[in-house]
Design a protein around this ligand. Structure first.
Ligand code: TMP
Length: 222
């Protein structure tokens, strides 16, 4: 797996309905307007194989899925994603914007599912060489508000079976939020907390401010 980087690896994290995909699209347009080559991607997914894994992972019918099986599925998708998409793009000097990465596993499987963060660290080391983003934007929103937004989105999509985690009770989503804030407190330089209950324009401005600090050093492709 190549880890040579000339571009920048930026990830978005947060609970359900925090607005990650909207913000990624806004940021990608901003960076492209400045001449950067941008790759927008997401986990679990990001590759054809990753999308097949995502289907198993999020299928509401798979309520028997064990936490350790969840952990290994997301890392299988991630190893494929790094190899096939992320590492080659970074080596070519592109800016990779990724919706969720290993911090999601840390919070959802390590903390909330109770597997322990040491298990996540160990598998991360084996599967992904402990790869870290250059910058992580944590879109923080109260669990109730985020869930309300996510459920409205799911209801608007026809026959969406990928609701296994959105269907969890509110306490689960509160623990997700706390897990993220705790993690951000441990790595305040890399993980920047952005208050996501505001308008998309206000959130977008905060996102650009953080990103401009780190992409200034990257030469635009044109
Ligand atoms: P999303 O694509 O709507 O963000 O949904 C992905 C879901 O998968 C979300 O509930 C978080 C969960 N997830 C994990 O539990 N562990 C992981 O490592 C990743 C990437 C996602």
């Amino acid at each position: 797996m190549s880890t040579t980087r000339r571009g920048a690896f930026i990830t978005f994290e947060g609970g359900e309905g925090a607005g990650k995909s909207t913000q990624i699209a806004l940021l990608a347009a901003h960076l492209r307007s400045r001449g950067h080559e941008v790759v927008e991607t997401a986990e679990p997914g990001g590759t054809a194989i990753g999308k097949q894994i995502r289907r198993i992972f999020l299928d509401a019918a798979n309520h028997e899925l064990a936490p350790m099986a969840e952990l290994l599925l997301v890392f299988a998708a991630r190893a494929q994603h790094i190899e096939q998409v992320i590492a080659p793009a970074l080596a070519e000097g592109r800016i990779v914007l990724c919706d969720r990465f290993t911090d999601s596993t840390w919070v959802y499987q390590g903390v909330v599912r109770g597997l322990g963060t040491e298990a996540v660290r160990t598998v991360d080391g084996v599967a992904c060489g402990g790869m870290k983003p250059d910058l992580t934007l944590l879109l923080d929103i109260p669990a109730e508000l985020g869930l309300e937004r996510a459920r409205a989105r799911n209801a608007a999509q026809e026959a969406n079976p990928e609701t296994r985690l959105d269907d969890q009770e509110i306490g689960f989503h509160r623990r997700v939020r706390e897990g993220y804030l705790d993690l951000a407190g441990r790595e305040p330089e890399r993980i920047r907390v952005i208050e996501a209950g505001r308008s998309r324009g206000a959130v977008g401005a905060s996102v650009r401010e953080e990103v401009d600090r780190i992409v200034g050093a990257i030469k635009p492709a044109r």
